[in-house]
Design a protein around this ligand. Structure first.
Ligand SMILES: CCc1ncnc2c1ncn2[C@@H]1O[C@H](/C=C/CNC(=O)c2cc(-c3ccc(F)cc3)cc(O)c2O)[C@@H](O)[C@H]1O
Ligand SMILES: [Mg+2]
Length: 214
């Protein structure tokens, strides 16, 4: 049977990237998705914006919603200080299996915990089961209609603290209007938009950075 796109992305990494070299894994995925097959990675245009926010926050505890193939997982994990942890949630077992292998190829498996399941089930378990007090950084890149309910769930579960940074992908394309309206109008957030382009295209897209004010 035909391979899947994530399987072809993994093969591109194994054929073109050096084990243990996260930069070469990022480059291999970007080259494949720019030249061979588009895929919904945050990409090499929005990626540096993600990098700069992660570096600025330098989180001890980071959360990613929507792992897919692990591209942004690697972009984030490669910048984390020693001893910090990135938890990434993925409910498609086939995508999770590919992401595990790509994260391992980059040599970042010790900084990343990939949790399989829907975010609405895993977020309420963060304190008890995963020992998380609160997150310093959250990257939202899963199904766009879940950005707002999951943000409210993170608030309700006491997983955000004064200064927690939320960074949301695709706020223009495909768009996350309900989430944007919430973080831009809520007195509990200070929000700003970083204009960029949809991965591997000239179409406008951007990232919304929202600081939780407590
Ligand atoms: C139940 C909650 C929940 N819990 C746990 N994991 C979850 C989950 N909901 C989803 N997942 C996983 O996350 C990933 C989905 C990501 C969804 N992302 C886009 O749809 C998207 C689209 C475009 C675009 C497409 C076509 C265009 F023409 C233009 C733009 C560009 C982008 O950057 C995009 O991120 C998959 O791995 C899901 O298995
Ligand atoms: Mg995205």
């Amino acid at each position: 049977t035909r391979s899947t796109r994530p399987q072809r992305i993994l093969k591109a990494v194994q054929n073109n990237a050096t084990r243990g070299d996260a930069e070469s894994v990022i480059a291999a995925i970007d080259n494949f998705c720019r030249k061979k097959e588009w895929a919904m990675n945050v990409g090499d245009d929005k990626g540096p914006i993600l990098d700069s926010v992660v570096s600025e926050v330098s989180p001890s505890f980071a959360l990613e919603l929507g792992t897919y193939c692990g591209y942004s997982t690697i972009r984030i994990a490669r910048l984390l200080p020693p001893g910090s942890r990135l938890l990434t949630l993925e409910f498609n077992p086939d995508y999770a299996a590919i992401a595990h292998q790509i994260i391992a190829w980059a040599g970042l498996q010790d900084k990343v915990e990939l949790l399989e399941g829907p975010s609405r089930d895993l977020i309420p378990q963060m304190k008890e089961r995963f020992g998380i007090k609160s997150f310093d950084f959250v990257f939202l890149d899963h199904w766009k209609e879940f950005y707002l309910p999951d943000t409210k769930l993170l608030e309700e579960c006491g997983l955000l603290r004064k200064g927690t940074v939320l960074l949301a992908d695709n706020v223009i394309c495909p768009g996350t209007p309900k989430y944007l309206e919430y973080v831009r109008n809520s007195p509990c957030y200070e929000s700003c938009y970083f204009k960029s382009h949809l991965e591997y295209t000239k179409v406008e897209d951007g990232l919304e950075k929202s600081v939780f004010l407590g």
